[in-house]
Design a protein around this ligand. Sequence first.
Ligand code: 13P
Ligand code: SF4
Length: 328
Amino acid sequence: MFATESPQTLPKFETIPNDLFAAIEVLKKELNAVVIAHYYQEPDIQDIADYIGDSLGLSQQAASTNADVIVFAGVHFMAETAKILNPNKLVILPDLNAGCSLADSCPPQEFGAFKAAHPDHLVISYINCSAAIKAMSDIICTSSNAVKIVNQIPEDQPIIFAPDRNLGRYVAEQTGRDLVLWQGACIVHETFSEKKMVQLKIEHPQAEIIAHPECEPAVLRHANYIGSTTALLKYCQQSPAQEFIVATEPGIIHQMQKKAPQKNFIPAPAMNNCACNECPHMRLNTLEKLYLAMKNKTPEITIPEDIRMAAWQPIQRMLELSSTPVGA
Ligand code: 13P
Ligand code: SF4
C-alpha cells in the first residue's frame, strides 16, 4: 500500500540495525527525544511514535514537551511549527524534502502583494504554510479549529483566509462569513473522484462517507461527516456504521483499524487509477530515515530568528483561541 524507497537514497556507509524499533527506543532515551507523528505517516512510524495526532494536536504536543529533541515525523511546515514554538530545542525531520503542495501554493512574495491589496483585512492562515507566510498572518488555524476561530472574530472585521481554498470555502459556509480566499490547494485532497466515490457508495450502500475539509466541494457534498484527521478518527469510532469510505490520505486508516478493528475502511478512489491519494511528501519519511536522523541528529530545522518571532505570535493566538470555550 505504501511506496517503498529505493535503497540508493540512504547513505551507503550507514549500517541499519535489524531491529529498528529497538534501536529507535534506545536513541529516544539517549537523546531525551520525543517522536511525534502525523496520521499520514507509514504504519511503522505511527507505531514507534510517542504521540500521533492532527496538526493541532501535534502543535499542542510540541508546545508542551519537556524533551530536548523533537523528532518530527510529518512534513516540513509541521516540524517548522515545532521549531517556532521551541527555539532552544533540536527539531529534526527524517527527510528535509518532505514538503507540502498546499504550503508551496502560497509563495511569500505573491502573498505579500495579495495582503497589501486588502489592507483592512485580518489574515487567518491555515497551518499548512511556510514560516514566512505565518509571519505575515494574524492568526493561524488548523482544520480542527478554523470554524471556532473565525466565529470568534467580530462580524464587521473582514478576513483573508489562506492558503487552502477548499477549507476556506467550507469555513465560509459553516460560519456564514464572506472570506477572501487565497486560491491554494492540496494535490492529494483534490485527487478524489466524485464519480468513482458515488459508484463505490452504490456498491457499499451502508457505508458512510467521511471527508477532510481540504477535499473539493463536489466530494464534500456527499459526506456524512467532515472533519480534521483526529475528528474523522473519533467519528468512525462513535458512529454505529460498520463501513466507511475515507476521503483523506489513507495513512489514517492504520489508526482507524487499530481503534475500530471490527469495522471496514475503504480509501476513497482517486481520479486516475493511481496511488495519488497517498501524500508523496509525507511518504518520504521512512523508519530507516527516522533512525538515521536520530543517530546523526540531522536534518535539523532552522529558521531565521526574525521570521521565527513574527511567526510565533499568530501560532500562540491560535493556541489561546483553541482553548477558549465557545461562547466565552
Ligand atoms: P489535519 O490537521 O487534519 O491533520 O490535516 C493535516 C493535513 O495536512 C491535511 O492534508
Ligand atoms: Fe500537504 Fe496535502 Fe500532503 Fe497534507 S496531504 S501534507 S496538505 S500535500
